[in-house]
Design a protein around this ligand. Structure first.
Ligand SMILES: [Zn+2]
Length: 151
C-alpha cells in the first residue's frame, strides 16, 4: 500500500437501488387517480376492473426478467402484461399524468425523472453501438488504404 492511498477517496461499491416498491406505489396511486375520475370510486377503493388490472401488473412486476434493474413499466421495450392489458395500463398511466402532478407532485416528478433516466440509458447504449460501428468502418477503411499502398 502506498503512503498516498489514505488520501485517495475510498471506492464505493456500485449500488443498485431497488425502485420496485416505489414504482408499485406510483402505479397504485396513478390507478386510483384514473379510477376515481372515470369509474366514480374514491379513497383507497378501485373498481373491480382496475383492481384486477392492478393485480396483474403487480404480479408481472414481481416476475420481471430485468429484476431490480428494470426500467419503469410504462417505458419498457418488452411489456409483459399481455397486449390488451398493456394497452389499458399505458392508457391509464398516460391519461393520469396531469392528475398525478396535481395530487402527488413529488411522485409525478420522480417518475418523470425515472422516465428520462430510461431515455438516457437508451441513448448511452445506442451511442456505444454507434461508436463500435464507426470504429469498425474506420478500421476497414484503413485496411483498404493499406492494401492500396502495397500495390
Ligand atoms: Zn376503475
Amino acid at each position: 500500500m502506498s503512503i498516498f492511498s489514505r488520501f485517495l477517496p475510498k471506492k464505493k461499491p456500485v449500488e443498485i437501488k431497488n425502485n420496485i416498491p416505489k414504482e408499485k406505489e406510483n402505479i397504485r396511486k396513478t390507478f386510483a387517480v384514473y379510477c376515481h375520475k372515470h369509474h366514480n370510486t374514491s379513497g383507497n377503493q378501485l373498481c373491480p376492473q382496475c383492481q384486477a388490472l392492478l393485480a396483474t401488473v403487480f404480479t408481472k412486476i414481481n416476475r420481471c426478467p430485468y429484476g431490480i434493474t428494470k426500467p419503469i413499466c410504462d417505458r419498457c421495450d418488452r411489456p409483459c402484461f399481455g397486449a390488451h392489458q398493456t394497452q389499458q395500463f399505458m392508457q391509464i398511466m398516460e391519461s393520469s399524468k396531469k392528475g398525478m402532478l396535481l395530487r402527488h407532485p413529488k411522485m409525478a416528478v420522480k417518475h418523470k425523472l425515472a422516465s428520462m433516466g430510461v431515455d438516457y440509458a437508451k441513448y448511452q447504449q445506442q451511442k456505444k453501438i454507434d461508436d463500435r460501428v464507426k470504429a469498425k468502418e474506420k478500421a476497414s477503411k484503413e485496411r483498404a488504404k493499406a492494401r492500396k499502398e502495397k500495390k
